[in-house]
Design a protein around this ligand. Structure first.
Ligand SMILES: [Zn+2]
Length: 147
């Protein structure tokens, strides 16, 4: 029986080599660089700023329409119709503002550019055309088809 020597308790901490995980960019889709995120954020913020301004103008127009309505008197139906159109424009602007704010929140949380329904990356071209989208085209169409 040959004695087992030198195999006792010396070098055994081989397995504790730390794995170097690259943390950078893991929250964003692969096709997005931080610069891209920055430029999308800028585009969204600009769009939001101009929308806020436009809806402010709309409010002013509505107020003026109100005043002139009292003054003119006649054609109330037509006036009211115009007002209704303005109101629905204002409403869709409001919704768009919400969408843009939501997109900005998604940038902050690192989920921007990913479809909210299926989790796939939203094609770059689609984001560039409409930075506030939160669904890929497939899910958007399914969403619209369902009402
Ligand atoms: Zn999708």
């Amino acid at each position: 029986m040959a004695g087992s020597s030198g195999f006792s308790s010396s070098s055994s901490s081989f397995y504790f080599v730390p794995l170097l995980v690259e943390k950078e960019n893991t929250t964003f889709p692969r096709n997005m660089k931080p610069e891209d995120i920055t430029s999308f954020r800028k585009a969204l913020e600009e769009q939001l700023a101009s929308l806020t301004k436009v809806s402010g103008d709309h409010q002013k127009l509505l107020d003026e329409a109100h005043e002139t309505q009292d003054f003119v008197g006649g054609d109330r139906a037509a006036e009211l119709e115009t007002m209704e159109v303005d109101a629905s424009v204002a409403e869709s602007e409001f919704l768009l503002q919400k969408k843009i704010q939501h997109a900005l929140e998604r940038i902050d949380s690192g989920t921007y550019g990913v479809c909210e329904a299926c989790g796939k990356e939203i094609p770059r071209a689609r984001l560039e055309a409409k930075p506030s989208v939160s669904l890929c085209l497939t899910c958007q169409e399914a969403h619209e088809a369902n009402g």
